[in-house]
Design a protein around this ligand. Sequence first.
Ligand SMILES: [Zn+2]
Length: 383
Amino acid sequence: MAGKEKRRNAAALDGDEQRLRRKQEETALLLRRIKGFVRWVVEEVAAGRSPSIVIHRYRNYCSAADSASPSPCSCSYDAPVGTDVLSLLHKDSQTSRLNVLLRVLLVVQQLLQQNKHCSKRDIYYMYPSIFVEVAVVDRAINDICILFKCSRHNLNVVGTTSILLMGWIRFVEGEKNVNCMKNVNAASSIPVSIEAIKDLVSVAHYILVVEKETVFQRLANDKFCERNRCIVITGRGYPDIPTRRFLRYLVEQLHLPVYCLVDSDPYGFDILATYKFGSLQLAYDANLLRVPDVRWLGVFTSDFEDFCLPACCLLPLSAEDRRKAESIIARCYLHKEAPEWRSELEAMLQKGVKFEIEALSARSISFLSDKYIPQKIKQGRHL
Ligand SMILES: [Zn+2]
């Protein structure tokens, strides 16, 4: 065990150094490309020409799939589905899009030169009268990522979210020693920069992602990790980019299976789908942020009967729930990649009911940790 851990440590150290060197090289290259691009725009304007640039449009999914005859669509994780042409001198709506892009690019250039980080909200407040709203900055950041074929973290534009985790894992993040193994049942809320992580060590057998913080706390109270060799994290609802990157990083480094536990309702399913397929807004980056092998542990509509829950735990789907479920069922990725997920969602819609993970407490307060999760994992009852 000790020898195995040592070897893993040595391999990790080499990997950490390589990663740091690669990051420095990537930043230097990106800076050169940004400078070259800005110089080209200035020269074009100085020469009286109207510089125009082409931005690829990406779409990782659409809601056009029909169960009777699933028509092929052009959605892709790698290839663009179209283009937008942005011009500076033409007085149309795209003019301001390029103007915003250039302003945000100057901020990014400063960040990279000074090795600093900031959020899209920070950038918005630098020119609020020009940007009007944060969504405008958001689109410009996407445009820049697509133009320079990079991700938001390469631009140093990242939020400062903390990751909530516990279990059999330890690592060093910058100067900070994060050792969850000291007390595997204690929840740690840690602001994590993937680039600063090194010496990652884990003896976990799997990673469990839970939708809600309340469920995470339930597992912490039940000392779930003491009895189960795992790492538990939560994205507290829809996962943000740092949480998704962190999960992806863990999967790549530790090669562990990932199980996801969400409510049995269309929102829970959408959160699950965000982990597996990525979001539409960050379609150009979906392939780097998603965890394709995530397994859906529950809760399923069928769990209600399988685990003999009282009828009062079931809630009827609202009209809004139905609309959302129907639009999700039509997503092309379910047809192409996860037909069994689609069938489960159809069953939910057919039965017209939903229930929350916490409803399992109706059996007993620790039923979720004592029976439900260990049993389902052991018996392979997941999709
Ligand atoms: Zn599609």
